[in-house]
Design a protein around this ligand. Structure first.
Ligand SMILES: [Zn+2]
Length: 271
């Protein structure tokens, strides 16, 4: 996480600029903040927004500022370009850690002070099965495929150097959080099972040949969670089992397909 103090303009100039500044939204959106921040910090930041702890919010030159009411009032600056760059007077902020106060000000800037919707507040740390049968329309399927493809781009090769390691881990986590959200909105059917099986195979290629460094096990854990979701799919609608045939005789990176292949090998084993 790179933290930069944007408070470099003399106060008098700033005030002058405030009066002239037309409201411009930041260059990030709520999804960027939601999926880029670890879920517990995001949750705390939402609470700060809902409890109206963001006061004296101002558009500054290339940044936003506010006084966030925490244990004590903290002066917070957040860049208009990167929600995770800025400055906060709290202990974490002073130690270059992205704190809940900065995230709260970034959320406030994105929403222009409007209230958060239920969807904005919903945090999906792990993919879940909706337990609702149904198929996507052709248009929805195309859109979901595009969303999956763009989320998969966060799960990329690691080229070092080691000082980029934390940012790299954040990127893998962001990819998994985005994919978890997509998965957790899908209806259950053979169609969506195929979609998830293909997603797992693409992740597997990334892990085996794509240069992804999953030493922290973020991707492995995510893959295991999707396998668990797919087991639920099969329990819910047995036609989903057909999609698992694609996994037969595959050599995956850590044998994650085994529980799914087992489900389709049962009938042939019985006499
Ligand atoms: Zn802070």
């Amino acid at each position: 996480m790179q933290l930069k103090n944007n408070n470099s303009i003399p106060l008098s100039d700033k005030n002058e600029m405030d009066s002239m500044t037309v409201w411009m939204p930041p260059r990030y959106n709520l999804d960027k903040i939601k999926f880029g921040t670890d879920p517990s910090t995001y949750e705390k930041a939402i609470a700060l927004c809902e409890d109206k702890k963001i006061t004296q919010f101002k558009k500054e030159f290339k940044s936003f500022s506010a006084i966030v009411l925490g244990t004590k009032p903290y002066k917070v600056y957040v860049s208009e370009k990167h929600y995770d760059r800025g400055n906060c007077e709290c202990y974490l902020g002073q130690n270059e850690v992205l704190c809940k106060h900065m995230v709260a000000v970034a959320i406030y800037a994105v929403l222009g002070g409007e209230e958060l919707s239920q969807d904005d507040k919903k945090i999906i740390a792990e993919p879940m099965c909706t337990k609702i049968l149904g198929e996507l329309t052709e248009g929805e399927l195309t859109l979901i495929k595009q969303t999956i493809a763009s989320a998969l781009r966060y799960i990329k090769a690691y080229y070092g150097p080691s000082r980029n390691w934390l940012a790299y881990q954040d990127s893998l986590q962001e990819g998994c959080l985005r994919l978890s959200q997509i998965t957790s909105d899908l209806p259950v059917s053979l169609q969506t099972t195929k979609l998830l099986v293909d997603m797992l195979l693409r992740l597997d290629v990334k892990l085996q040949r794509g240069g992804v460094d999953d030493s922290d096990g973020t991707i492995c854990e995510f893959v295991e969670n999707i396998v668990r979701v797919l087991q639920e799919y099969a329990e819910f609608d047995s036609s989903c089992l057909i999609a698992f045939k694609k996994l037969k005789n595959k050599q995956t990176c850590f044998g994650w397909e085994e529980p799914l292949v087992k489900l389709i090998s049962k009938p042939s084993e019985s006499p």
